[in-house]
Design a protein around this ligand. Structure first.
Ligand code: WT7
Length: 636
């Protein structure tokens, strides 16, 4: 068949050397886990350190799962304490490099000490088990250590990406009912300072839930400190005792809440558990990244996203890995910064996003010249489809055809990698995300729940790191993920094609979220921000393909009568979005229109807008309420 020929002709095998040295040599693990799913996950859980063993591996009352029920553990103990009596205590956990070239390194023992002190600091200001602590920090060691410190005392952390605006921060702090906010005076990016403390001040103004704000001194900024509320992080941490007894947590106790966009204007607070999440993070890191003791792992994600949670904090640290953490932008001071860092720290494993790869590709190979990338042995990608052109560039220019690429598919909700290439046992196909990991049962279904080759990505049975809910909104949890097939299967919200080998090719989201630089942005969130502008009557937002960011935001705006649709207005609209949500949500293109095309039931016809934005024919418009609208749109 033509399709199988196409698929096969695109296959690229991993190098002999990689295959020989890989931990996984055959499908035995996949097969064992397929037949003994529960026993497989139980064996994975046994790799961690528990205070008390579980009595039940899985209790499944769809859609509510309990994994390792009866088991007790602490996540920070699993990332730190359990190495203290081993040679790993002197191994480097983190190499930190700031944009300006400042460096720090922490051995596991040093990180342990820091985490213990922060944990005591949090306790000293009244944080108790079950309380929520919000983090609004740059990508600095304090962010990682604070997450672990929360885990140590049983506080639930909610990390808010430091690119979000004060309004977004406020919404999340309020929704999570956070008691403490940890921020910094400023973050350093692109040679500039983002005044995080100022943004944080605005965010928590008048919020009664926030009792204290801890401020890390990162960038020597002059900040206003409220003497009742604000405390310098270092001052408080410095004077603490070096040991904090870890709280013994139930496996199902929440470890963190992380917000992600959905179809409504309100972000979803995805709740993850302690035991199951950690098992997923630990196991997937080991399997996908073929962990070796001498690895130097670099996941370029910020801890403000799930990738940073799982593959900067809990996965690598629970595996005792050494990693690189970089605070800044990839083009500072020059466009060769990433290659310099790889060369300098002898990075073996690089995990980044397609948007970054396309950016490096755009900048060109010349920036790689003279850099020694021979330490690299494995490359990874996450966040959006890795198009074949970028795949080949990554493979050839960065991996020098020596390093295989793992294209990993997962989500904030899944907690850890679900689908991935395992290059030692399967050929790589550019653009393809491989197969379900051992212990994961996935499928592509049609509307009725029949397996098909093209349809919805779904997960058939519970997995340990699955989300446990949406904070404070069980109805939305059920409706969003479990209603489609009557609670039987998890609806991921992506469409995909499954080829004859059972390999998955992700096509994209089926909901109204846009994937910009591997971050999900809700169309409704951007639309709500736009209509808050005094000149705007109505707005509709769509995603259009973009060479670097994957998708870019394109807005159609109806202005009030008498307002001039000038260029200046576009800037002011972009500003309001940056202000309300954050810079990442700024529309790239804005079109002013007289009216928005809607169906008879009042739904905005985004498909039609997409056609227009891409200069294509309008397509089927039979459900359009006012066909004259199209004419109007096309004339613009
Ligand atoms: C959505 C999840 C999980 C880490 C980063 C994003 C898309 C993720 C891939 C991939 C194609 C991908 C999906 C998914 N996605 N990885 N390898 N190939 N698409 O996390 O913000 O929760 O977004 O990102 O559409 O549903 P997220």
């Amino acid at each position: 068949m033509v399709s199988s020929f196409l698929v096969e002709s695109q296959s690229v095998p991993a190098s002999q050397k990689y295959v020989q040295e890989s931990n996984i040599k055959n499908y035995a693990l996949h097969e064992y886990a397929g037949k003994n799913r529960i026993a497989f996950w139980e064996a994975c859980a046994e790799q961690l350190s528990w205070n008390k063993k579980w009595h039940t591996v899985l209790e499944w009352n769809s859609p509510f799962a309990k994994w390792f029920d009866g088991g007790k553990l602490n996540a920070s103990v699993n990332c730190l304490d359990r190495f203290m009596n081993t040679p790993l205590k002197d191994k480097v956990a983190l190499y930190f490099e700031g944009e300006r070239g400042d460096q720090q390194s922490y051995t596991y023992e040093q990180l342990y000490l820091k985490v213990n002190k922060i944990a005591n600091a949090l306790k000293s200001i009244g944080v108790k088990k079950g309380d929520c602590v919000a983090l609004y920090l740059p990508m600095i060691p304090e962010a990682i250590a604070s997450m672990l410190a929360c885990a140590r005392i049983g506080a639930v952390h909610t990390v808010i990406f430091a690119g979000f605006s004060s309004e977004s921060l406020r919404d999340r702090v309020l929704d999570a009912n956070a008691k403490i906010l940890i921020t910094a005076d400023g973050g350093i990016r692109k040679g500039k300072i983002t005044e995080l403390k100022k943004i944080a001040d605005k965010a928590v103004e008048g919020l009664t839930c926030i009792e204290k704000v801890l401020v890390v001194d990162r960038s020597n900024q002059n900040v206003t400190m409220d003497s009742d509320r604000d405390v310098w992080f270092e001052d408080l941490v410095e004077k603490q005792e070096p040991y904090c007894k870890p709280e013994v947590m139930e496996a199902e106790d929440p470890l963190f809440i992380l917000y992600t966009s959905g179809t409504t204007g309100k972000p979803k607070g995805i709740v993850h558990s302690t035991g199951g999440y950690l098992v997923g993070a630990n196991t997937s890191t080991k399997i996908v990244f073929d962990v070796k003791p001498k690895d130097i792992f670099w996941c370029t994600a910020d801890v403000g996203w799930i990738t940073g949670h799982t593959y900067v904090v809990y996965g690598p640290l629970s595996n005792g890995m050494t990693q690189v953490v970089y605070e800044g932008s990839f083009d500072q001071p020059g466009k060769d910064r990433i290659w310099d860092i790889i060369d300098k720290y002898k990075v073996t494993t690089l995990y980044t996003a397609p948007t970054a790869i396309r950016l490096f590709m755009k900048w060109g190979e010349k920036y790689l010249e003279g850099k020694d990338l021979s330490s690299l042995r494995l490359l990874g990608s996450v966040g959006e489809p890795l198009n074949p052109e970028a795949w080949h560039w990554y493979h050839t220019q960065v991996g020098q055809k020596r390093c295989p690429i793992v294209d990993t598919w997962w989500q904030t909700e899944t907690g850890s990698i679900i689908l991935s290439t395992i290059p030692s046992i399967m050929d790589m196909k550019p653009g393809c995300v491989g197969k379900p990991l051992p212990g994961i049962e996935a499928e592509v279904f049609d509307d009725l729940g029949n397996p098909v080759s093209k349809g919805y990505v779904s997960i058939l049975s519970p997995w340990p790191s699955m989300l446990r809910g949406i904070h404070g909104d069980n109805r939305r949890f059920i409706q969003t993920y479990w209603n489609k097939w009557g609670g039987r299967y998890y609806l991921a919200g992506d469409s995909a094609f499954k080829d004859e080998n059972g390999d998955y090719w992700i096509e994209g989201r089926i909901d109204d979220t846009i994937n910009v630089s591997a971050h999900r942005i809700g169309t409704m969130e951007v639309e709500s921000a736009l209509v808050e502008h005094e000149a705007v009557v109505e707005a509709a937002v769509i995603g259009i393909p973009d060479k670097v960011t994957g998708q870019a935001i394109c807005a159609f705006v109806v202005l009030k009568d008498g307002v001039a649709s000038a260029e200046m207005m576009k800037d002011s609209l972009k500003e309001i979005v940056a202000d309300k949500i954050g810079k990442i949500a700024k529309p790239k293109a804005i079109f002013f229109v007289q009216e928005l095309p809607k169906t008879r039931s009042g739904k905005i016809m985004r498909r039609l807008l997409k056609n227009i934005a891409l200069g294509q024919k309008p397509g089927d418009t039979t459900t359009l309420e006012n066909e004259a609208v199209i004419q109007g749109l096309f004339q613009k």
